[in-house]
Design a protein around this ligand. Structure first.
Ligand SMILES: C[S@@+](CC[C@H](N)C(=O)[O-])C[C@H]1O[C@@H](n2cnc3c(N)ncnc32)[C@H](O)[C@@H]1O
Length: 247
């Protein structure tokens, strides 16, 4: 899964020992070496192949996460890393004509796909903007709910806390969050070990890795309400649901 395109620009390529030797990381969570510009170019490149390549494989898990967020009529919901917009359309339908679904994605090509999906669905009030999940262009407390699927694990380790804090900021008091991502477990099951080996050996080919989602959200101040372990091709996946405590 993830971006399967090789990069021509190898000038910033780090060795495996450099990846392992960085300090101040949460225990064992590998770093991501792909720059934001590379990630953007990568997803621009694979956007039109994304659905047959991997979107379908992840559908079951995404659907479970959408249900877990309980978006209702009149609500505003933000999806970070909205990709081709499958979930955005669902949120738009659930939020109804008085609500809104907003997507943000780094890749302009992904944004175009999502925009197209939203515009053919007359039931949906939705908008997608191109931007970075680490610096959300929205006011504090603007949204009732936030969502990420298979996106948080693409951010480098220090950035995960930044994205979690940004998501906390744009949610109203009592607002909800649901995140699905590759899940880091100890001891690591076989598939996780294999994936982590692949990431360390080919950091630009496998541009994400398993992370500790519940821990990242709790550190940002979220109350964790559910932390489920799911599985995809034997790889542990986390579905974490939380809320911004009511003030
Ligand atoms: C693996 S895809 C997942 C897409 C969608 N959430 C899904 O489940 O099908 C990751 C998405 O995150 C986007 N992305 C990567 N880095 C990002 C960033 N810094 N800010 C916003 N979006 C980002 C990519 O462009 C891509 O569309």
């Amino acid at each position: 899964m993830r971006a399967l395109t090789k990069f021509r620009n190898r000038t910033r390529h780090k060795t495996r020992s450099e990846v392992a030797s960085r300090s101040n990381d949460p225990p064992n969570v590998a770093r991501v070496l792909t720059t934001q510009a590379e990630t953007q170019a990568n997803y621009d490149r694979i956007a039109r192949f994304y659905e047959p390549l991997e979107g379908i494989w992840e559908r079951r898990i995404r659907s479970a996460a959408v249900s877990a967020l309980h978006v209702g009529p009149g609500e505003s919901v933000l999806e970070i890393g909205s990709g081709p917009g499958y979930v955005l359309v669902e949120f738009g339908r659930l939020a109804g004509p008085d609500g809104v679904a907003v997507g943000i994605d780094l890749s302009s090509k992904m944004c175009q796909l999502a925009h197209r999906r939203l515009s053919v669905d007359s039931q949906t009030v939705g908008v997608v903007v191109q931007g970075d999940g680490g610096g959300l262009p929205f006011d504090d407390g603007r949204f009732d709910a936030a969502f990420m699927s298979f996106t948080l694990e693409l951010f480098d380790t220090p950035q995960i806390a930044v994205v979690a804090a940004e998501t906390y900021r744009i949610l109203r008091s009592g607002g909800r969050i649901a995140v699905v991502s590759l899940r880091k477990e100890d001891p690591a099951p076989l598939m996780q070990r294999g994936y982590e080996w692949g990431h360390s050996a080919f950091p630009r080919l496998l541009d994400c890795r398993p992370i500790r989602v519940g821990q990242a959200l709790a550190q940002a101040g979220f109350m964790i309400e559910d932390d489920q372990r799911l599985s995809m091709w034997g790889l542990p996946v986390a579905l974490v649901v939380g809320s911004r405590p009511a003030s």
